[in-house]
Design a protein around this ligand. Structure first.
Ligand SMILES: C[S@@+](CC[C@H](N)C(=O)[O-])C[C@H]1O[C@@H](n2cnc3c(N)ncnc32)[C@H](O)[C@@H]1O
Length: 274
């Protein structure tokens, strides 16, 4: 029932700001300074694991509704701040005013700040457009589960290519469904779930499980430095109704509702497995 309603609503041609006003189809909360600060503190901690210098170039994948990462990164001394999404959800200029920068503790002249920031909204082709070894830190916050399943390996390969040897990635991933925070999304077969019109309904998640994602990072060439998991209390009832293609999932995987991953591109890296 919930899925039917969401699919129907997802195809009503209403501008994003109207859905947002209704509290529907929001893309995170990065327009909220306190939330953005917590996200920054969480991911900037990964810099401790960087090897070599410099640590001046940052890419955030999927910033969502706001650009406070800009001020936080500039305040921390980053000289390149690249934000890549698949849709334009805010105006970067609003985060480059002296007032907005000051809220994050950045005191650069706005012109200099502007010259250090890029906001691109073309998704994977934008990642492909970045130079190899271009970033010291790459982070994403509840984004990777929204990347289309078939495109996840290509995204991870690109993240690997654009991270410099010794550079790090920090990724918060939410494995719950967007239908109530459980695993009801596993009830539907991929034949329907992966159709473009269905995936565009505003609640798409790729349904990769924790172990599959870890395997994907390793296959791309990353080493896993930290893997902090949050667990459901027991296996969610919804998982018992999962469709056949998900029957082989282990209870251990089904219990993981989120994780904080820190990954690193080895200093001397073997070519990633294809
Ligand atoms: C749940 S929101 C999270 C936003 C923000 N990171 C936060 O924590 O509030 C997911 C974001 O990922 C973006 N996204 C989805 N697929 C993406 C992709 N392939 N590349 C870049 N961004 C993507 C969406 O457009 C959206 O802005």
């Amino acid at each position: 029932m919930r899925i039917t309603i969401k699919v129907a609503l997802g195809h009503v041609p209403l501008a994003h700001r109207h859905w947002k006003a209704l509290g529907l189809f929001e893309h995170g909360r990065m327009e909220n300074l306190a939330y953005a600060r917590r996200v920054w503190d969480n991911h900037a901690g990964a810099l401790l694991h960087c090897q070599g210098t410099p640590t001046k170039r940052l890419l955030e994948l999927g910033p969502g509704e706001g650009g406070f990462t800009i001020g936080h990164a500039l305040a921390a001394g980053f000289e390149t701040v690249c934000l890549v999404d698949v849709q334009r959800l805010f105006e970067p200029a609003a985060y480059l005013t002296p007032e907005a920068l000051a809220l994050c503790g950045a005191t650069l002249p706005p012109d200099l700040a502007r010259s250090r920031v890029r906001y691109q909204t073309g998704g994977l082709p934008c990642l492909r457009g970045q130079a190899s070894d271009a970033f010291d830190l790459v982070f994403s916050n509840t984004v990777l589960q929204h990347v289309r399943r078939a495109e996840v390996p290509a995204h991870l390969r690109e993240l690997f290519r654009i991270t410099r040897p010794g550079g790090v990635g920090s990724h918060r991933v939410d494995f719950r469904d967007m239908l109530g925070g459980s695993l009801n999304n596993l009830r539907i077969g991929s034949g329907l779930w992966e159709r473009d019109w269905f995936a565009r309904s505003g609640f798409y998640t790729n349904r990769l499980r924790h172990s599959e994602l870890i395997g994907g990072f390793r296959a791309a060439g990353f080493e896993i430095l930290k893997d902090g998991v949050d667990l459901f209390d027991g296996c969610p009832e919804a998982a018992r109704h999962r469709c056949r293609e998900f029957r082989g999932l282990t209870e251990e995987d089904l219990r993981v509702k989120g994780c904080n991953l820190v990954v690193r591109k080895p200093l001397a890296s073997a070519p990633p497995r294809r």
